[in-house]
Structure formats: structure tokens, C-alpha cells
Design a protein around this ligand. Structure first.
Ligand SMILES: [Fe+2]
Length: 564
């Protein structure tokens, strides 16, 4: 029997299917529609699953939606209607949005599949985040589960515990509009970056700045109790703008276009100040949660948890024994949390045991009936493709990877990536700016075998687990500066991934690379900035042509693109 979870309408829509016995399939709607962050009902994902797994009322045990649709819509409406004149723009939009809101989830679902009504259930927004977190850890009752995002069902932060009898208890909540996530996304908007996309850029940029605006920001967000002074914001009034005139008066006119020569330093100073406020507030929240729960092991989810610089800096404060941020802590990962809700609802005393973080479909499932040799020519045998791939990397080629099951979460972890030799700074720089079209203040991330980690990096062991999916930064040691300067950020950190699974192709490539004199690969996601990561073989071919990448390593060999 299959359990299915769906997350949709606010951020990247996604669906997860599992039988909790080795069959897992996590999909994002953006993979099919090719619209980055597609938040529409995941019609195409469901179509794919129905076809591939022959889904029907008999083999589905539960379909669970990740939140309560009406509550989610109503809470924001209720807040804004308290001041209808001031908030009229938001209200008009919110009403217009009604027909596209999650309230129509059931109608949309019924168009896709006939399923008994009693098999459709609803989790709640923050609980789904936390239930995803519960699939990541083994001794689940030892942890407190903290979620911090923009807003979900009128809540902006929540904490839960679960006992050995699977009884889940909400122990703390913070309410809209007091949102740490919305504070950071407002600064993202103020700096002219796209909300829900540009937060990573603000984080990278913060390392170049000085904390010149910390005192100003402290008046806007109280770091002790996470309360916002709402006069500085407009996200509750306006669907297209997060900050008010009052914020511009306090800081400056918003800079809507970053320019390295004229306003870069100002951007960096604002980003640095916002980052410090974020970290100080999160420190206080964690202290409070540890006190309330009496637990020093934390699983942190919600979009704010993606700020890996914050995780790195918090780990230095000796606040907790362990802090885990799962690979997909945002709303799309909540499709997995919501599936866990369905599973627990059915079994009563069992949580999903997924055994792997690679929960997406295998590449052969995606590309059934497609002959890849129409687009690619195989240039290795199955016996020598690892060696041939590494030869190309050593020669200075940029190589795409497309093998194994697909990643969940925003970071490519080797199976759908682009690699180059981290020793070759010219290739690293080209990959970042020319191939990927990223800003050069965003460094690329390294990956290496776990056995080599300590030679080059330092990290507090309380957060080390997150390195398996690039969930935290670590500090560069002198060795790294000597040999691999190009992957170190200005603040001396790297967003490193360690590879442990000896059966994976990524592991074998790194092992072979080591024999040939380099221990670190650069690993970046297989997409061009603003596009979704490649999904099927056509995306692979088109994106390789667009980026001028010639070689791709797949499950059964090294391939070169054909000239069509
Ligand atoms: Fe959320």
C-alpha cells in the first residue's frame, strides 16, 4: 500500500509517495513544468505517479495534504481585515487568490484520481515540517523539533516533542506577523533580490559586510522575543512589496540592482546586519526551546533553517548537543512530513523509516522508453567509466552527473550535479560565473570523502551530520588555503559535502580522483541560475548544450553530447 503526501500553493509544490519498504518517489512540480518554484497544484507529479505506480483506490492507503487549507487562508485574511483600509491591497489580492488557494485542493485532487473520501487527510503546516524531521533521526524521542519559516496557518515558529509512545505535543508557538522568516525575506526584497530565491544571496553577501545597521534593525525586530515592529513592513498590506517607506527612511532608499563598483559595500553591510539579527534571534529561540523541552538535541526545519551560515555560527556557541537540519527543510520537504503524518495516522505507533535521503525517482524510471543514445554517444565502457570521467576532470573539463535516485531539497548532492576539479581555480571560476551565471560573491561548494574531511576542515561535531547534505558551513584549515583556495568563501568557510556511501558513483569518482592527485571536487546543481534542476534526459541534453558542457556521467557510462 502507498502513502502519499502533497505540499502545494505557497512554495515549490511537491508530492512524495512511499510504501515504507524501499519504494520512494519524491517529485517537484517544477521538474515537469520547468517553472522554478512552481507552486501550482502538482498535477504533473500526480500524473507521473499514477502512470508509473498504477495508482488507484485499492493500492493507496492515505493521501495527506501538508496543512489545513482553510485555516491557512483564513489566518492571513483575519489579520488583515482588522485594518481593512490600510491593508486593502493585500485583502483584494487575497480574495482574488481564493480560487487558486489550497481550499481547492480536494477539487483539484478529484480531477486527477478517484479515491475514497476517508483516505484523504490533512496534517498541519508546522507539524508536517517537524514530521519530516522525524524521518531523519533514529532516536526520535530524544529530540525537540523546531520549525521557523515565513508563515503557515498563522504560525511563524513552533516546537514539538514526541515521546516513545508516539504522542506528539506542541510545546511552543509564535504567531504572525512576528516572523523571523519574513524579516529576512523583507531584507532580501529591500536589496532587490527575489523573495524565496535571493535569501541565499543575502547570506553569501553578508560575509563581505560590516554590522553597521544592527542597532537600527534591533528596533525593527526584537531579538529577545522575535517581535516585529510592523510599521517597517508591508508584507501584510501588499502582495508585491515587503518593506514600508519607514524602513527606507531608516536605512536608505532600497538598492534594486547590485553593482560591484558603486553600491556593493552598502548591500553587504545591510546583509551582514540582517544576518546578525537572524542569528541572535535564533540563539534566543533555541535557548528558550531547550529550557521548555529539557532537550539539547534539536531538529530544525522551515525555510529559515536553510541559512547554513546561521547553523555554523550557532554551533560555536555550545548551546546544544546536536542540531540537525534535514536536506529539504522548506515547504516542499513537507510533502514527506505529511506522508509521515499519514503513516503515523494509520499505524499509530510507527514512523516512516526511509533509510536514505535520496528519495527522488531513479533516472531509469524517469526516462523509461527513451533511448538516450539518440542524444548522447557513449565514450566509455561500464568497466572504465569512473576512470575516464576522472581523466576528463583532471584535464580541466566540467562534467555533468546524472545517475542514481534524484535528490530532495534545493541542493544537488552528486546525483544530478556539475563537477570540476577544485584544484583548478580557473575552471572553478568559469563554472561559477560563465556556466552557471552566478554572482561571483557566491562561492561554489566542495565535496570530498569523509576520510579526508579533517585534513582540510574544522566543524563542531554537534552539526557534522548536516555535511552529508551540505546543510552547514565549516571552517577551512591551512591545508585548504594552500591547495584549494578557490572554494573558500571570504569569511574562511566552505559549504562542504562529505561522501560516505562507498557504493555510490560519487564515492568512486572521488576515490579515483584521489589516486590522481586531487581530493576535492566542486559540486554545483545541474541547472542554470533561475531554472529548475534538470529532470529528464531532454533537460540534460538541452542544458548541457546551453552551458557548453560536453560530458555527462550516467549510471552505466560516460557520455558525450551529439551534434544534432
Ligand atoms: Fe513552511
Amino acid at each position: 500500500m502507498y502513502y502519499i503526501g502533497i505540499s502545494a500553493y505557497y512554495h515549490e509544490s511537491s508530492v512524495f509517495l512511499t510504501n515504507n519498504d524501499g519504494i520512494n518517489c519524491f517529485l517537484k512540480e517544477e521538474s515537469f513544468s520547468r517553472i522554478k518554484g512552481d507552486k501550482n497544484f502538482p498535477r504533473r507529479c500526480l500524473e507521473f505517479l499514477i502512470k508509473k505506480f498504477d495508482l488507484n483506490d485499492k493500492n493507496i492507503r492515505f493521501i495527506s495534504f501538508y496543512e489545513k487549507p482553510f485555516k491557512s487562508w483564513w489566518e492571513l485574511f483575519y489579520y488583515s481585515i482588522k485594518n481593512p483600509i490600510k491593508n486593502r491591497n493585500f485583502l483584494i489580492n487575497h480574495l482574488k487568490f481564493f480560487q487558486k488557494s489550497a481550499i481547492f485542493f480536494l477539487t483539484e485532487l478529484n480531477k486527477q484520481i478517484n479515491i475514497s473520501k476517508n483516505k484523504i487527510i490533512y496534517s498541519s503546516h508546522h507539524l508536517s515540517h517537524c514530521l519530516y524531521g522525524m524521518t531523519i533521526v533514529k532516536n526520535f524521542s530524544e529530540y525537540v523539533y523546531l520549525t521557523c519559516d515565513g508563515v503557515g496557518e498563522g504560525e511563524t515558529m513552533s516546537a514539538f516533542t514526541i515521546d516513545k509512545n508516539y504522542k506528539i505535543k506542541k510545546i511552543w508557538t509564535n504567531y504572525y506577523p512576528n516572523s523571523l522568516g519574513l524579516f529576512y525575506s523583507t531584507i532580501t526584497d529591500f536589496l532587490g533580490f527575489e523573495v524565496n530565491e535571493g535569501e541565499f544571496k543575502v547570506m553569501s553577501l553578508s560575509s563581505f559586510g560590516k554590522p553597521l545597521y544592527v542597532n537600527e534593525f534591533k528596533k525593527i525586530l526584537n531579538t529577545d522575543n522575535s517581535k516585529l515592529d510592523i510599521e517597517y513592513f508591508e508584507f501584510h498590506k501588499n502582495s508585491n512589496k515587503s518593506f514600508s517607506k519607514k524602513l527606507s527612511n531608516k536605512i536608505d532608499e532600497p538598492y534594486l540592482n547590485i553593482d560591484i563598483d558603486s553600491n556593493f559595500q552598502k548591500y553587504a553591510d545591510i546583509a551582514c546586519s540582517a544576518q546578525i539579527i537572524l542569528e541572535d534571534t535564533m540563539e534566543n529561540i533555541i535557548r528558550n526551546i531547550i529550557k521548555i523541552s529539557d532537550k539539547k538535541k534539536i531538529v530544525l526545519t522551515g525555510g529559515v533553517a536553510l541559512n547554513c551560515k546561521m547553523i555554523h555560527n550557532l554551533s560555536k556557541l555550545d548551546l546544544f548537543d546536536e542540531l540537525i537540519v534535514p536536506p529539504s527543510p522548506g515547504d516542499s520537504g513537507s510533502a514527506i512530513g505529511s506522508t509521515n503524518f499519514a503513516f503515523l495516522n494509520h499505524k499509530k505507533n510507527e514512523l516512516l523509516n526511509l533509510k536514505t535521503i535520496f528519495l527522488g525517482p531513479k533516472k531509469e524510471l524517469i526516462n523509461e522508453k527513451i533511448d538516450k543514445e539518440n542524444y548522447f554517444v557513449k565514450i566509455s565502457t561500464i568497466e572504465n567509466f569512473i576512470e575516464e570521467t576522472v581523466n576528463k576532470i583532471i584535464e580541466g573539463d566540467v562534467i555533468a552527473s546524472y545517475y542514481g535516485p534524484t535528490e530532495v531539497g534545493p541542493r544537488s548532492l552528486g546525483n544530478t550535479s556539475i563537477f570540476c576539479n577544485a584544484k583548478n581555480s580557473e575552471v572553478v571560476n568559469n563554472l561559477n560565473t560563465k556556466f552557471k551565471k552566478r554572482k561571483n560573491f557566491q562561492p561554489l561548494a566542495p565535496m570530498l570523502l569523509e576520510e579526508d574531511f579533517e585534513k582540510y576542515f574544522n566543524i563542531n561535531k554537534s552539526v557534522k551530520k548536516n555535511l552529508e547534505w551540505m546543510g552547514c558551513l565549516c571552517d577551512a584549515k591551512k591545508n585548504l588555503y594552500d591547495k584549494y583556495r578557490s572554494i573558500i568563501h571570504i569569511d574562511g568557510t566552505s559549504r562542504t559535502q562529505i561522501i560516505k556511501d562507498k557504493t555510490s558513483i560519487t564515492y568512486k569518482i572521488l576515490k579515483e580522483l584521489k589516486k590522481k592527485g586531487s581530493e576535492i571536487l566542486v559540486n554545483t546543481s545541474f541547472n542554470i541560475s533561475k531554472d529548475p534542476v534538470v529532470f529528464d534526459i531532454f533537460d540534460v541534453f538541452v542544458n548541457m548544450k546551453r552551458m557548453n558542457i560536453k560530458f555527462v556521467v550516467m549510471d552505466d557510462g560516460l557520455y558525450q553530447t551529439k551534434d544534432l
